[in-house]
Design a protein around this ligand. Sequence first.
Ligand code: SAM
Length: 370
Amino acid sequence: MPRRPTLPASRRSGGRSPFPADQGHRPKPKPKGDHRSRQPAHEYELEALPGLEHVAETELAAVPLARDRHGLRFWYPGDPERLGRLRGAVAAYRVRGWDVPRPRGLLGHQQLGELTDFLGEVARLGGHRSFRLGAAGKESAVMGRLAEELSAGLGLPHDPTEGELLIRLRPAADGHGWEVLARLTPRPLSARAWRACNMGGGLNATIAYAMHKLAGQRDEDRIFNPMAGSGTLLVERALLGPYDALVGVDINEAAVRCARTNLAAAGKQVEVAQVDALHTGLPARSFDLIVCDLPWGDAVGSHGGNEALYPAFLSEMHRLLSLRGRLCVLTHELRLFERVLRGQTGWEGKELFQVYSGGHHPKAYLLHRS
Ligand SMILES: C[S@@+](CC[C@H](N)C(=O)[O-])C[C@H]1O[C@@H](n2cnc3c(N)ncnc32)[C@H](O)[C@@H]1O
């Protein structure tokens, strides 16, 4: 039986983020040169969704880096486990280059020994149980040989489709030799441990993280997530730390169950109700932040349905938003959303980002009352 969501009484969420920088607990920068006496710095690369590189870079800014940094490539002397907890990137790799003209050169006695040591350390740190190669021509005889040698040297099975230790080979950017990238974690960083329930149309968690980071994270926010689906935006916000209230709704019973399952897996207590977001019965100005991943009209909803849904959604969110509140919306129906927005008075705002993910290129907008 659908029920009305309630606004939890004002409280602080007790959730601690797995990433200490999110708690305002910034690591003390090490004195210059100090890292050399502790751990050797290794070179790493972060992979971000195209369009969200700046979000991954900002999160990385909390990590004390060893030397100069170029884009998402950097040297880091600290515990790589910390890089495995970043939430704005889809993957983190340790990188090493070899001065060989072709991948065949990696089969040389010395190179193969160095490569096995390099990969073995990453596998030990990450607990990977199998590996796969990611390279152009990975079906070639040379790559087949390399896979065999690595399987023997690492003591891990080669699983070309599901292998946990993803090993990418590519020509070095400066044109000298080849470099090997080894993914630090058995699964991509975007595949969150809390995701016990999946739903068609579920949002990539790094996009949800980016929406919250860019919409602003305030302890005093009363936050509403209409159309919560599997709860990605709710869980990612709950993990970020304090807020005043956090509540989600979805019209679909299965989605509500799914969101609750994921929140429970994340260890977070957040109310999710089966309610039509357009008819919550909640008083005007109930929320300081409304964050929503609207139906995109393909996997979820239809274009025709969205023609009616989008204007009704904007009107109702205008009513529910506090005077200085923010509305952060993600959609792939760009033309429709922008047309509806132009046709309504009472909104001002900006585009936050456009991201490429899973064959789509949705945009996030941040709006407030004009
Ligand atoms: C794009 S999906 C959200 C996906 C979600 N971000 C996730 O990660 O799983 C849109 C959701 O809107 C819900 N929905 C559509 N119309 C609604 C309405 N009027 N009120 C509440 N939920 C609605 C659908 O049931 C669907 O779960």
